[in-house]
Design a protein. Structure first.
Length: 212
């Protein structure tokens, strides 16, 4: 008789232990899921443009306003936009217009307005790849962050963030803003221009590059 009284109690104890194990496993699962969500969100929002990689021969600075490089290949850039998405400038068989802009530079601000006007009238050419390299970034100066400034100016092409030490700008020999680099479909630099282009020069540049 005493044994019959203890047997149901053992079953009850086992059920209690099983419930505890199930609850504990559920809690562990919840903790893991929350940790993964937090980690994924952090990895998507936090990035460093200093992870940018640059390959090829760097271009030297030059005197004067314009320069024909004479067939040197453009450096290849594996960089990022301001959301942390990877963006590359590489030899893909298409001509390219690369513009280096500093968000606080008054000449760059005027250039962005002229480009906005040009695109609103003539549209965006599908024959040319365009890139804005936001360089000399300073959070204490106007129009920060630069990608939001360029979006307000309806910049239609990709926007790449330069590194904290402006390594992309240095690779292209930038020493003035704005700064234009024209690259043909073979990946060779046709010319570089320091300073602003006029409205007519912008039109001529996009037309010429679209024919390359």
């Amino acid at each position: 008789m005493p044994n019959k009284r203890k047997y149901p109690q053992q079953k009850s104890d086992k059920r209690s232990i099983n419930r505890i194990i199930i609850i504990f496993a559920a809690l562990v699962t919840v903790v893991i899921v929350v940790a993964l969500i937090v980690w994924q969100g952090t990895s998507e929002t936090e990035f460093s443009s200093d992870q940018t990689r640059i390959f090829g021969v760097h271009l030297n600075e030059f005197e004067g306003r314009t320069e024909s490089v004479g067939g040197l290949y453009s450096p290849t850039v594996d960089g990022y936009d301001f959301s942390g998405q990877p963006l590359s400038i590489e030899n893909n068989g298409r001509p390219k217009i690369i513009i280096f802009l500093a968000h606080w530079c008054s000449h760059c601000q005027e250039e962005a307005k002229l480009l906005k006007k040009y695109f609103s009238i003539h549209g965006v050419s599908s024959d040319v790849d365009g890139y804005a390299i936001a360089t000399a970034i300073d959070s204490n100066k106007p129009n920060y962050p630069p990608d939001k400034w360029l979006e307000k100016e309806s910049w239609p092409y990709q926007i790449i963030s330069d590194t904290s030490d402006d390594s992309i700008a240095k690779a292209f020999g930038v020493n003035a803003f704005p700064y234009w680099v024209l690259v043909d479909s073979e990946g060779k630099v046709l010319s570089r221009v320091k300073g602003s282009l006029t409205e007519n020069e912008i039109g001529q540049t996009f037309k010429m590059m679209g024919e390359r």
